[in-house]
Design a protein around this ligand. Structure first.
Ligand SMILES: [Zn+2]
Length: 197
């Protein structure tokens, strides 16, 4: 009895753990599965059309019979029991897959768009951003200024124009043009990207 109960509990646990995964989650683990979605929609569509035709044929053959109200009702009920669950299943799956398809395409567009903007922001000359707020002094082929990340009296903040990066020898802050924009303009990552675009 206890064993049976344990088994039941374990099965319940196993079932609830399964439900944590959605199609969306699984597509992130198996992105290859995206390719099969259009063909799966087609398959369900074929099933739906086949069933629709069967239902239509069966109904019209009932109406052709010399049937009374009861046998007509009974016939329709039988058809409903036999064909409709599968029809509903095909419609449900088609809707789900189409929604998934839309989600994938709009997400990709969004990600691609953002990646482009990120690339453009990264290529913005760091000197142009720095000199808006900092007093830059030439130092060899680079520039030096008072660090915007910490308080200091003598400059230890170096700007490397060639690599579009900065490093502070006082507080060890370093980074690229995006990080510097966030600090100098007091904005978040995505606002810095917007600003640099
Ligand atoms: Zn510093």
């Amino acid at each position: 009895m206890i064993d049976k109960l344990n088994k039941f509990e374990l099965e319940k646990e196993w079932r609830s753990s399964l439900q944590k995964f959605t199609d969306k989650d699984l597509l992130e683990v198996f992105p290859e599965a995206k390719k099969v979605i259009p063909s799966k929609i087609k398959e369900w569509e074929l099933i739906k059309n086949r069933l629709g035709k069967k239902i239509g044929d069966s109904l019209s053959s009932i109406y052709l019979l010399e049937a009374n109200d009861f046998s007509e009702w009974f016939g329709e009920e039988v058809i409903r029991q036999y064909y409709f669950p599968e029809l509903e299943e095909s419609e449900k799956n088609m809707t789900r897959l189409k929604r998934l398809e839309i989600m994938i395409s709009s997400k990709n567009k969004y990600v691609n768009n953002f990646q482009e903007k990120l690339e453009r922001a990264r290529n913005y000359p760091i000197k142009d951003i720095a000199q808006q707020k900092l007093d830059l002094r030439p130092s060899g082929s680079n520039f030096v200024a008072l660090c915007p990340f910490h308080n200091e009296k003598t400059p230890s903040f170096y700007l490397y124009a060639n690599s579009d990066s900065f490093h502070c020898f006082g507080c060890q802050e370093h980074g690229d043009v995006i990080k510097l924009t966030m600090q100098l303009h007091g904005v978040c990552f995505s606002d810095a990207i917007k600003l640099l675009n």
